[in-house]
Design a protein around this ligand. Sequence first.
Ligand code: ZN
Length: 280
Amino acid sequence: MEKQDKKMKILFILGLSHSGSTFLDMLLSHYTGAIGLGELHAVADEKTTNTEHTFDICSCGEKMKACSFWKKLDGFHASGSDEDRYKAYYQKFIEMASLEGKDIIIDSSKKTSTLNEVLKLQDAGIAEVKVIYIVKDLRSYLQSMHSYYKRQSRRWRPYWHTAWRWNKKLTRMEKNLLDKKIPHIQISYEKLCFETSAVLGEIFEFSGLDNSQFSFENGMCSHVAYGNRTKKSFQGVQDIRYSSEWMYNFWLNVCALLAFPLYKKSQDRFATKIMYREDE
Ligand SMILES: [Zn+2]
């Protein structure tokens, strides 16, 4: 019963797809008492597949049906409005994580709509939510998205169009954070790759966690069902690498140069920014 006294902490990763959210989810799952669960919104939406077709295997290496964690969800179903369904599912996730002896859930759902639902759990006193907003540099994002379109054999789109969407979506996310005065930490994907320990330290400090409880030697406690391909390739510190492909993509760089104001915005978003609760 002791465990019930402590409120579950949810580290919610907000950002665009292909911005390193699965990578961050798995990194954070090395923290003592944390469990990385990937895009929980997809589980609550009862999806059965994802775009990269990696759903069959959990990031723990087991087939989804054999995974010790996700087995606990067998036969569970909730319906009703988004609010009711998310509340029921997240309460179930919290119960499942508690059974594993965990007190921190990492949710890389990324979406603003999910964040707003998860924050209602905090208002209801069910969980404590810490928001980590991750931003990938425009140029690196363009490369990732265009490689993704290629893998998916999707129709070709001009770089400027993807760049415009990068800014439009991020601006909308930032507006929601500011309008609702949601405390959060903004981190750069690039910085996370190059200065991993420093950025993780900033995240832990913001989240009220003790940096000394983090170690790569802990191993991961990761059960990402929905997430991108990273969940299959990332095993720990040895797999932290930054893809430099965009640097050698001529047309991408021409576009990034022409979109100078967006390049500037990328630069602004590179800085770690923290917005605390007003009463703190
Ligand atoms: Zn698993």
